[in-house]
Design a protein around this ligand. Sequence first.
Ligand code: G3P
Ligand code: MG
Length: 251
Amino acid sequence: MSKLHLPKVIGHRGAKAYAPENTLESIETAASLGVEWVELDVKLTRDNVPIIFHDEELDRTTNGSGLVAHTDYEDIKQLEAGSWFADSFAGIKIPTLEEAVDIILKHNLGFNLEIKPCPGREKETAEIALDHLSQIWDDMDKLLISSFQHVSLESALDLAPDYARGLLIGGEEMPENWKQLAEYLDVTTINLGSKLVTRAVADEVMDMEKPLLVYTINDPMQARTLQKLGVDAFFSDCPDVILENLAGGLN
Ligand code: G3P
Ligand code: MG
């Protein structure tokens, strides 16, 4: 049984509002803001190197183009991943999972690793990422593996049953079978897109006695409203803003 120590606020892709998402600089920025945990996305390069990256394509956040799934790490590591965000970040790189974990450990942060496979690579992304992670991560209280992909969570359950898992659900409506999925995948947390969080859904999650995490919350008023419904933790691009506004507890 996991003794997960969740914070109230998790830095989304590091601290996405202040630094290029999913980079070492974004993790450093989150740490400097007093954030306790960060969330990062992992996927595989063509040659199976786990990298921290959100999109299927390189175009939006790097000077490269094309699919990550079609690009080898040798080429990925040449790319520049900062100047799209601001000139002051020019020259920074896409990190590997190992490089990101180094910085997370240096700052003693908790870690939500979201398995974000390229289409068709759901199983191998979980297998390879968790194999790498198991060699460098010890603290089960500060680690949550999440995914929208049930196959990835199933692999996580098979390979690393001791790692807490979070079932990610997005979109406009809860899938009918979400409770069965949560039971089957034996998840510790339910991680929902904010549109899904009605009082009824929040109550149902509470009845399951699982922490409810919600993404992506950048508005303090929204955080307060959700906190009153029983939301336990928020993913935020500007975690400092949410942290400040939840200070003092408004339950
Ligand atoms: O894990 C919460 C959130 O990161 C899920 O959405 O697209 O930002 O990875 P996305
Ligand atoms: Mg994510």
